[in-house]
Design a protein around this ligand. Structure first.
Ligand SMILES: C[S@@+](CC[C@H](N)C(=O)[O-])C[C@H]1O[C@@H](n2cnc3c(N)ncnc32)[C@H](O)[C@@H]1O
Length: 420
């Protein structure tokens, strides 16, 4: 097991309001950690939560692909070390697979589910235990594809852009991406094709007029002709290198990670009483619209986004008409997900659930996530064992108004089954 226990030392306070109003990583503020619960547990929760920005985050496959509200890899690592006897670890909101990568490295069977087809495809690639042959083939095919796609651009290109995508790109970039995607589609099914699709995904927003991965606004950018090709091949080296590091780090005999499309409010693919520990970070209330943020990728990769469009938890679009409607829906869905988690947990006093969740805000009103989660846990029949909370930035003027009285915080909450 990857046990890394270090004494918790709070760092200095930083400003509450992040400049510029954009959305940034949530794990970038230090400060005192407030704890509630058994001191032995909460000291460890505090240690797991209070990670410094940049701390051990560029390791393994973690930095390969941008993902809004990605968990800090060091938090995932410390969470996994909290349950050294857990052999089966589930992340029901696995996103890009951060927890799964760390669970694998700790030798556990890592299971991930997410409602977003992009998350599932990405987490599968990022947790793949590759062979030397896989990696060599990936780099060599990526180079061939980039070369052939470059030639295709100047020929009679038959393929077209997905509907509604043309205005997101400069005309030359559009043709280059069409050629690249058409060439990837010719590859036989399997790991290399899956990885090539994620390489394409990793460069798509960079070469588009989408402002950034965590900001879906249109902002005109100057992208040089031919820019996607070297980006694509460079990414293939990066991924191959990261996958090699991951393969070396996974202990022998570790089961391959299992990543499936599933709704966290039902967890239909996970059998009853099969999981030792759940470690996860659900969407934060009214923070993102994953369906909108990933719209470019869903369109270009031909992914069906209908399930995430209707079933996304906490999406800011559910809060547009009224705070109450959004907040009621959020609490109901969190309760649904905790009820499903309670069903899949092994009935043991050692079974654990860890939720990393930050306060949300809508209509100038804060939504303290620890309070919502505590109510949802009680309704789902789970017991709060302890909590650590630390201040986080409030992004933008609206959030600043909501958190004027009380700072915005991120919480790491440990839950268990009630004792019989
Ligand atoms: C905060 S992100 C998780 C990020 C992840 N920890 C990582 O490091 O990449 C929340 C995830 O919840 C997913 N999600 C939203 N609603 C869901 C639902 N009803 N069921 C399953 N996943 C859902 C989103 O697609 C997103 O990937």
């Amino acid at each position: 097991m990857n046990e890394r226990r270090r004494p918790h030392s709070p760092t200095a306070h930083r400003p509450l309001l992040a400049p510029g109003g954009g959305r940034r990583s949530l794990s970038n503020v230090g400060g005192a950690v407030e704890t509630v619960g058994d001191p032995k547990l909460t000291t460890r929760l505090a240690h797991a939560l209070s990670v410094r920005a940049g701390e051990h985050d560029a390791t393994l496959t973690h930095p390969f692909h941008a993902y809004p509200a990605r968990m800090h890899p060091e938090i995932a690592r410390r969470l996994v070390s909290l349950t050294p006897t857990a052999t089966t670890i589930l992340d029901p909101f696995c996103g890009s697979g951060t927890v799964l990568v760390e669970a694998l490295v700790a030798g556990a069977h890592a299971l991930g589910t997410d409602l977003s087809p992009l998350a599932v495809a990405l987490a599968r690639v990022k947790t793949h235990r590759s062979t030397n042959g896989d990696r060599k083939r990936l780099v060599s095919v990526a180079h061939t594809i980039a070369k052939e796609a470059r030639a295709l651009v100047d020929s009679d290109l038959k393929a077209t852009a997905p509907p509604g995508e043309s205005h997101w790109f400069l005309p030359h970039t559009l043709r280059e991406l069409i050629a690249l995607r058409a060439r990837i589609d010719l590859e036989p099914e399997g790991f290399v094709r899956d990885a090539l699709r994620m390489l394409f995904s990793s460069i798509l927003v960079k070469v588009s007029h989408q402002s950034s991965d965590s900001d879906p606004e249109l902002r005109r950018k100057h992208i040089a002709p031919g820019a996607p090709f070297p980006l694509f091949t460079r990414k293939s080296f990066e991924l191959a290198h990261a996958l090699a590091e991951l393969s070396r780090a996974i202990p022998p005999d570790t089961l391959a990670a299992t990543v499936t499309t599933d709704d966290a409010t039902t967890l239909a693919t996970i059998p009853d009483q099969s999981i030792d520990a759940v470690m996860t970070s659900p969407p934060y209330a009214a923070n993102y619209d994953y369906a909108t943020h990933h719209a470019r990728r869903y369109a270009w990769l031909g992914m069906d986004a209908s399930a995430i469009s209707t079933g996304e938890i906490g999406a800011s679009r559910w809060f547009t008409s009224s705070l109450d409607k959004g907040a009621t829906r959020f609490e109901r869905e969190l309760t649904g997900s905790l009820t499903a988690i309670a069903r899949v947990l092994r009935p043991s006093p050692a079974s654990r659930v860890f939720f990393l969740i930050a306060d949300g805000a809508a209509h100038d009103t804060p939504m303290p996530a620890d309070e919502v989660l505590t109510r949802a846990a009680a309704a789902a029949g789970l017991v709060v064992l302890g909590r650590a909370s630390q201040q986080r930035p409030a992004f933008g003027p609206e959030a600043a108004r909501a958190f004027a009285e009380r700072p915005r915080r991120e919480h790491l909450i440990a839950l268990g089954l009630p004792s019989r």
